[in-house]
Structures are given as C-alpha cells and as structure tokens.
Design a protein around this ligand. Structure first.
Ligand SMILES: [Fe+2]
Ligand SMILES: [Fe+2]
Length: 381
C-alpha cells in the first residue's frame, strides 16, 4: 500500500495529523528523490484530438504528481501536426495554455480568431477560450506544451469541455464513439473498468450547462463603468479589467521580437513572465544559450523548473549531483535546488526553461544567485 494514497480504504485508520505530516513528508521526499532529473520524451501517438504524447511528468492532475519526474506542479506534453493531416479537435478549459512551436509553422484558433505562428514562437491562450491548432499544410508543425495545470486542479478549476474531435479520431482502448440517430458523432463513452470506474461515463461534445453561464458571462462582459468606492467594488471592477486585458493582448509572442540579454545566469531571452503583457499568467518561459565549453550561472529558487533541450548536449549539476542531457530531453529541477548547466558539445546549447508563476504570486518569486556565468563580467556586467 502506498502511504501517499490516503483515500484508499486501508489508510482510513485514524492516526493523528501531527504524526501524518512527518510520515507524508518523509515518503514524499523519498519518492521525489528516487525519480530521475533528466527524462527522454515519451513518444506521440494518435488520440481523439490528433497526434499527442502522454503527459511527460504524469497527467496534469494532482493524482499524478511525483510519478515520472520529481515534480509536484509541472508537466508537459507534445503535439504533432504532420503535413496534410486531418484537422485537430477543439476544446475549452479554464487553465490558460502556453504552446511553444518547436518545428514548422501553423495556426491557432481562439474563440473565432486565428493567430499564425512559426518555429520558436510562443502561443499564449487566455483562460476560458475554445482553442484549436493546426500546422501549415505543406510542412506541419510540432508543439511543446509546458503546463502548470495541477495548480488549477488544487484551486478547483480543472474543468475541461470537448467541442470537436479530430477529423479522424483514434479512440483509445476502453472507449467507443457515440452517434446520434442521424449517424452524427456526438461524443464517446468511457467503459466500466477504465481507471477503476464502476459505471461507464459518456463524454458528450459541447459546453457543460453548469459551467457555461460563467464562461458566457466572461465572453460578453463590457468595461467597468462604475465608481470604486470600497473594497468590494475593487473586485467588481477587477472582473471587468481581467476580461478587457485578455481581449486586448496578443496571443502570440514571436521569438524574433524578444531581445537576448546577458545576465548573471548567462545569455537569456525571455518569452513571458508575470510582468509581461500577456494573458498567460501562470508561466515564466525563457531561452538560455550556452556557448560551447561554457556554463550557466549557478542559482537557486523556490520554483520548480522544467527545461526542454532544444539544441546541444551537456549536463546539469543539482545540489552537487551530475545529470547528463542531450537534445530533446526534459530536465527537471525540483523546488529549492541549487543548479547549473554545462555545455559539453562543440556548438551552442539552447535550452527552453519554464517555471510556474504561482510561487511569485505567493511572495516566493525571487532568485538567489550563487555564481555568475563566466561571460557575464565581460558582456553584461
Ligand atoms: Fe487545451
Ligand atoms: Fe533556474
């Protein structure tokens, strides 16, 4: 029996909470410590949406934290759109997704408006948006999606709705399509036994009535015109400001428009962070380029950090322990870990880092610098 599954019947014995806190802490630390810091990508396969990988650090619910990688918060998945492939499905959730194009180019449809993107651009989809993406007909695209959705799960905001499936959906084992009387596909059925369910579940396309009122109110809200006379008014006004903000900001951060900066950590290009004017407030995303034979600065922060190796090969040192990586690997840096990246290749190493913003909103967003990158004194200092 896994002690970290207290909802299971055998765990309902009533030990004191004071005792549980140390047992859970010890078990969690031992589990997190047993998981690797560098992971090869799990491959993509056909799904009801298109071609997607499984979530690389476990599903984006709290049930699967500390499974494949040592992360509580972050996970990621990959999506591939081959040239001339069927159109992908569309869905909606409250979590605002950030999608990074690793190769090719394509388009992103958000509530009726289309945005184009190219390799290394970042798409920033506001919360509450029906979204669908596709690749260029001739060259297609691949997309990396770093995710902090487990935070939203803890907040009770994990609702997801399916609007359309892929033009040629692949129904996974344990599911079957549902058609209406006219033969139109209207959803799919998840059979008894899948993940232990004792009754089948029907997933019918479209908005869920219980959530749609909140979604629709957000879509139609207009700018706040009233006065702000007290603290309650401030939050009435904030609701309208949040919606106006999402309407006014771009949904694409083009890579070519962001500047490179020499910083104590090395050469960085920020794509998004909590102070950036974008609708995706849940992530920091930046590139890091390390010259051949060189290294990053050494630092530590409260936040978890997930890195996709876009180019090159090298290793990380986490609290004194070495972890080797190469192109397409995912590096996992747990919270509060001292870390540094080393380039062992003959050409540049290019890393794409993502961190959850929630730490900053809780007053834990600062970075502690321990050692500067070797080039910093000359180029940036
Ligand atoms: Fe999505
Ligand atoms: Fe870091």
């Amino acid at each position: 029996m896994n002690v970290l599954e207290p909802w299971k019947e055998a765990q309902k014995i009533s030990y004191s909470d004071r005792l549980k806190r140390f047992v859970y802490q010890q078990e969690e630390e031992s589990l997190a410590g047993s998981l690797p810091r560098v992971l090869e990508q799990l491959p993509m396969k056909p799904t009801v949406m298109g071609i997607d990988s499984p979530h690389q650090m476990g599903d984006h619910t709290v049930y699967e934290m500390l499974t494949r990688g040592p992360f509580y918060c972050m996970t990621a998945h990959f999506t591939g759109v081959a040239p001339h492939s069927p159109v992908r499905g569309a869905h909606r959730h409250i979590v605002p997704p950030a999608l990074f194009c690793t190769t090719g180019k394509g388009w992103e449809w958000n509530d009726g408006k289309t945005y184009n993107f190219e390799a290394y651009d970042l798409l920033l989809v506001p919360p509450y948006t029906i979204h669908q993406h596709g690749g260029d007909r001739e060259i297609g695209c691949e997309i990396y999606v770093p995710e902090t959705a487990r935070v939203f799960h803890l907040l009770g905001l994990m609702r997801r709705e399916q609007f359309k499936l892929n033009e040629k959906p692949a129904f996974p084992e344990g599911t079957e399509p549902i058609y209406d009387d006219a033969g139109k596909l209207i959803g799919y059925r998840i059979k008894k036994g899948v993940l232990g369910i004792t009754k089948e579940i029907e997933v019918i396309f479209g908005a869920e009535p219980s959530a749609d009122a909140a979604f629709q109110a957000r879509c139609s809200a207009q700018p706040w015109k009233g006065e702000v006379k007290n603290s309650y008014d401030r939050y009435l006004s904030l609701y309208h400001s949040e919606i106006e903000f999402c309407r006014s900001v771009s949904h694409v951060a083009p890579e070519r428009e962001q500047p490179w900066e020499w910083t104590p950590h090395g050469k960085l290009k920020w794509m998004v962070h909590p102070d950036t004017e974008t609708a995706t407030k849940d992530l920091w995303v930046y590139f890091q380029e390390i010259p051949p034979g060189s290294r990053s600065g050494q630092h530590r922060h409260a936040s978890e950090e997930q890195i996709l190796v876009l180019e090159g090969r090298g290793y990380d040192v986490h609290d004194g322990e070495r972890w080797d990586w190469r192109q397409s690997d995912l590096i996992c840096i747990p919270a509060m870990t001292t870390h540094q990246h080393f380039n062992r290749g003959e050409s540049r190493a290019l890393l794409l880092s993502s961190m959850p913003s929630v730490y900053m909103h809780l007053g834990l967003g600062g970075i502690e610098q321990i050692e500067d990158a070797p080039e910093y004194a000359e180029k940036g200092g």
